[in-house]
Design a binder for this molecule. Structure first.
Ligand SMILES: Nc1ncnc2c1ncn2[C@@H]1O[C@H](COP(=O)(O)OP(=O)(O)O)[C@@H](O)[C@H]1O
Ligand SMILES: [Mg+2]
Length: 257
């Protein structure tokens, strides 16, 4: 007799097949996230969000401070719990997963670019890019791949430098290479240009555009930068924990240099 676990696995496999056929890479159903639930201080950071993303989309999320953008991104990045609702990443429902399974999804599906960059200052830029693979053992081909990514990001002559010897824009490019080292189909970026001047920010946007356009990586980036919306295939506004605008960009610019 098939165990519940077998049935569960079959269902997971089936839903993966379905999502592959229609290229849906993220699906969110009636997602709520409350902090301090059922207390006078309750905050409803996400209030019944429904959202679908197809493979290869480049989505910009905008919205006022405190509207729930980071909460949404960290949930999609399998780094934060939900209060209720469902989240499917590449066909797999993640909201009830244990930590071990979540970390597998993170490894296989997600690259995350933080606003605060988070590089380790005592190791080289190249070693920072390789860092996510450390628990699995770093192979020769991983190092080749890291170097290739850094070349694409214009960091070929900075691989051996420590983060303290790099500019803000170079550090953010190292962080983007690190997010790509596991070859994820999805990259989530939380205000990736928030701490950079506009020219350096432009270079980061160009790099994101490149990985989206050339590698078909699905990108969801939180940003206040109107230039980012120009590159995007779609822009979404979040206000008070709800999606209040969701537009396709018919004039998407693929060739900004
Ligand atoms: N860990 C937390 N504990 C309590 N409240 C939080 C926490 N994280 C976020 N919030 C609250 O949830 C709301 C949404 O926050 P956030 O997702 O960070 O907004 P944004 O990224 O759009 O600025 C805010 O009211 C914020 O204060
Ligand atoms: Mg935020």
């Amino acid at each position: 007799m098939a165990s519940i676990k077998d049935t569960q696995t079959q269902l997971e496999v089936a839903s993966e097949v379905i999502s592959e056929s229609d290229e849906l890479i993220i699906e969110i159903k009636d997602l709520w996230r409350k902090f301090f639930e059922n207390t006078p201080a309750e905050v409803q950071a996400l209030r019944g969000v429904n959202f679908r993303v197809e493979r290869g989309e480049f989505i910009t999320i905008m919205g006022p401070s405190g509207s729930g953008k980071s909460t949404l991104l960290t949930i999609l990045g399998c780094m934060a719990p939900v209060t209720s609702g469902q989240v499917f990443i590449d066909g797999t429902e993640i909201t009830k997963m244990n930590q071990r399974k979540l970390s597998n999804i993170r490894k296989e599906k997600i690259g995350f670019v933080f606003q605060d960059i988070f590089l380790i200052d005592t190791i080289s830029a190249l070693e920072n890019v390789l860092l996510p693979l450390l628990p699995y053992g770093i192979k020769k081909e991983d190092e080749q791949r890291a170097k290739e990514l850094m070349r694409i990001a214009g960091l070929e002559d900075r691989m051996k430098h420590k983060p303290t010897e790099l500019s803000g824009g170079q550090k953010q490019r190292v962080a983007i290479c690190r997010a790509l080292i596991n070859d994820p189909p999805i990259v989530l970026a939380d205000e990736p240009t928030g701490n950079l001047d506009s020219q350096t920010g432009g270079e980061i946007l160009e790099l994101l555009r490149k990985i989206n356009y050339e590698k078909n990586v699905t990108i969801i980036a939180v940003s206040h930068d109107p230039k980012l919306a120009e590159f995007s295939s779609r822009d979404v506004m979040i206000t008070d924990g709800e999606i209040t605008r969701d537009r396709i960009n018919p004039f998407r610019n693929h060739n900004v240099s």
